[in-house]
Write a protein that binds this ligand. Structure first.
Ligand code: HEM
Ligand code: HEM
Length: 491
């Protein structure tokens, strides 16, 4: 069996890439943070200045770390839930190569000043093309797997995974204005409307559904209980679709965009509490009574922490959409705090939970070191909580000062200590990412003389709701007997 046709090969490759990009992207985050504390530290080496390292950091953690890891999870659970092999591992690899080519391009273009210069849409046109190719390949692969499936029922995780690919394949070319290859932009104010329609949907229609899909997959399995309500899961899905896509205007409330667009984006930003709470209530009621088991499982611990960050993010999000609040918080570190608890706390934590849950399933072996995974969790939680606290405080100081007519320059000394603390907490996050990469590599390394397991949770067609190996280090066999009946755990 060649690498290109190996069962779960694509899933493994995306998961490994995600663990690698987590470290690589975070290194650039720390470089950017150090620059904000000590601008002379890198001696003004052009490719290490803030304006160039920031896009490498942001694009790598979004497309490289969170998205790649979550896609890797989807490459496992979509076929598993459908009890059908992935339609084409070869096509899976096509998506892997073209996706990672785009992420890699950021390291060779942005630091040298080659960028399309619009936040989250910085990749050069040719690399936009390779990202879209990757998404089209995923759509074909997942759709054909659905079409050839053995399992009739489409569990909600499959809905979210397919939805995320479809929406993003449309959102990405629109937001990147791909019909203007040279600039990737439109003239005038319309450009920011397009950009923030896209930027918002990048997190809302790619990271969010892929993260929720993993939560819905892992929590019932580790808790060994059926999902609390399939009806709620579908309500959450359809309200996300109907309310999320058009609220990007809340990023540009301070710009002279049409009032109706601002009104819609503010009203539906507040209405986002419907899909968010539908998901959270459903997941937490599923988890009720199984807290100890979920906490003991290193992967589920990440997932449950991710849902807690989701709650905080989505209370903060609607609040900062209100013009009266955003008047103070906009353009400050408050938003950077929100971005980190959202992309790292919510999506990143859940991506890591998915990684640690699914790695034993694709390799047929327990994780290399659950203790190191627990250490990663502790370092990440410490670093992120610190980030959130200091960035929120710095943001309020900036917002309040600017609101009172103070200049940017004079506020800088006031937030210097918070910037230094952010860099310090960043070291903890960096250590967490390095530990994660080490555990992922060691877990993926073929054990000497081992025969890949094909029974139990690692079989080609594991029952969608069977409960195979958890990531707590128990052998797959020891925990693969508990099965949740199909009709209870699938919609
Ligand atoms: C569902 C409720 C949410 C609402 C109403 C919301 C609202 C907002 C608003 C109003 C801003 C702009 C703040 C400003 O510029 O002043 C913002 C920024 C941001 N949000 Fe959210 N958010 C929500 C959830 C999320 C989630 C789930 C994610 C990630 C998965 C996320 C990621 C981000 C990011 C990365 C930014 C920074 C964008 C930039 O570069 O300016 N948000 N959010
Ligand atoms: C060592 C750890 C990290 C450090 C020191 C760090 C630092 C930074 C810095 C300095 C910025 C630019 C802020 C600005 O424009 O003022 C930034 C932006 C950002 N970072 Fe990080 N970061 C780290 C880890 C991460 C991780 C792991 C993620 C996601 C998984 C992440 C997601 C983001 C996002 C989405 C933005 C854009 C925020 C916005 O524009 O609103 N960061 N980070």
């Amino acid at each position: 069996m060649t690498l290109a046709t190996q069962t779960h090969g694509t899933a493994k490759a995306f998961l490994a890439a995600g663990a690698f990009w987590f470290l690589a992207g975070t290194v650039f985050g720390l470089i950017a943070a150090i620059h904000l504390v000590a601008p002379e530290f890198f001696n003004n080496v052009p490719f290490l200045v803030f304006g160039r390292t920031r896009p490498v950091h942001v694009n790598t953690v979004i497309f490289g770390f969170t998205a790649s890891t979550l896609i890797g999870c989807a490459y496992y659970y979509v076929p598993a839930l459908l009890r059908t092999p992935l339609w084409s591992e070869r096509l899976g690899w096509v998506s892997w190569f073209s996706w990672n080519l785009t992420v890699l391009s950021g390291f060779f273009t942005f630091p040298f000043g080659f960028t399309q210069g619009r936040e989250y849409a910085e990749y050069l046109w040719i690399f936009d093309v390779s990202l879209v190719v990757a998404m089209l390949a995923m759509i074909v692969n997942f759709t054909m797997t659905v079409a050839t499936r053995i399992e009739n029922v489409l569990y909600v995780s499959v809905w979210y995974a397919l939805g995320a690919c479809l929406w993003s394949a449309a959102n990405y070319p629109i937001g990147n204005v791909m019909w203007h290859p040279l600039t990737g932009a439109l003239p005038g104010l319309l450009d920011s409307v397009f950009l923030w329609f896209y930027g918002h949907n990048l997190v809302g229609m790619l990271l969010t559904p892929l993260s929720i899909a993993v939560v819905y997959y892992v929590v019932p399995r580790v808790a060994r209980t059926p999902l609390y309500s399939h009806t709620l899961s579908l309500i959450g899905f359809w309200t996300l679709v109907s309310m999320y896509a058009h609220i990007g205007g809340h990023h540009i409330l301070q710009a002279p965009i049409p009032n109706w667009l601002k009104t819609i984006s503010v009203v539906d930003s507040v209405a986002m509490i419907v899909p968010v709470f539908t998901v959270l209530v459903n997941v937490w009621l599923t988890a009720r009574g199984h807290g100890a088991r979920l906490w003991r499982d290193p992967a589920a611990r990440f997932i449950m922490a991710g849902t807690a960050w989701y709650l905080v993010t989505c209370i903060q999000g609607p609040l900062q959409s209100l013009p009266s609040i955003q008047k103070v918080t906009h353009f400050t570190n408050w938003t950077i705090g929100h971005a980190h608890i959202a992309v790292l706390g919510f999506s990143g934590m859940i991506a890591l939970g998915g990684l640690w849950h699914i790695l034993p399933l694709v390799t047929g072996r327990p994780l290399h070191s659950p203790r190191l995974v627990n250490l990663q969790f502790a370092l990440l939680t410490f670093g992120l909580a610190g980030f959130f606290a200091v960035l929120t405080a710095a943001g309020l100081i900036q917002g309040e000062a600017w609101h009172n007519g103070e200049t940017v320059y004079r506020v800088l000394p006031e937030i210097a200590v918070y910037m230094a603390l952010r860099a310090m907490f960043g070291v903890s996050i960096l250590a967490a990412s390095a530990i994660g990469l080490y555990v992922a590599i060691m877990s993926l390394r073929p054990a000497p003389g081992s025969v890949p397991a094909t029974s139990c949770g690692t079989s080609l067609h594991p029952a969608p709701n069977s409960v195979p190996a958890t990531s707590c280090g128990g052998t797959p066999k020891s925990s693969c007997t508990a099965t949740v009946p199909d009709q209870e755990a699938a919609p």
